[in-house]
Design a protein. Sequence first.
Length: 301
Amino acid sequence: MAVVPPTDVELAEEKQGMAPEPGTSRQWRLFWSSPLAVAGTIMLLFCVLFSFVGPLIDHAQPNNPNLLQILQPPSFQHLLGTDALGRDELIRLMVGGQVTLIVGFAATIVSMVIGLLYGMISGMVGGALDVLLMRIIDVLFSIPVLFLLLLLDAIFTPSALLLTLILSATAWFGVTRLVRGEVLSIKQRDYVEAARASGASNWRIMIRHMMPNIIGVLTVTTTFQVGGVILIIAGLSFLGLGLPPPAPNWGELLSDSMSYIFQGAWWLMYPPGLMIVIVELAVNFLGDALRQAFDPRLLGV
């Protein structure tokens, strides 16, 4: 097979020096040596297996009421008891985790992509367009996110897809500012100036030089963003504006438990609250470990 020779731009980039590649084996070893990384991975893996593998083992139906077993405490038949309609609380907790985790991670990934593209274009182009794009972000930042979520949720019928789109549309503003700041810093470095002098286009510079340097910071931000999005999902469901019943999620289960707190039904309140806390701790542990491993300011680079 014929070998394609490198272009003049590629040769110039190699000669002048390329962007330092983040994510080296040393940094990953530093990450996995952190107790926070190990603890966060184990906790997040537990939540994923509990939510997605658990329902395959426990074949109980999460939405089938049984009025003969209303508000039963934990037993061998129902390990986490039953709710006010006699439904098994354990299987509802498992199934509820699926929606919470899927929407949380999907909304975060979409918002990260939007913020990455918007911030890179704004910082790379500069000038009047950069000012205009940042003023748009300032206007969007001035809108109360909770008010916007409540408004859209009241206008449209809630669904997992709609909730993902709404959260994605309101979670990328901060990412844009972070990415733009990184781009403004990177584009002043020697290897970027060398690539520009050799004739590389803005798109090539962004993909080949800036993207590898931004991805580490963006990964750290993503982990913290997941926790924030999951808290918003739980908060909306707690207010009764999440997914409509009978589809369970952790926020809705926690909200329902408040009606029976004075009846001693502790098994309805503590498990969903504990699962939310575990997920939040897991993503925050992973975020701290990633920041310690990949942030050059902490590494002394």
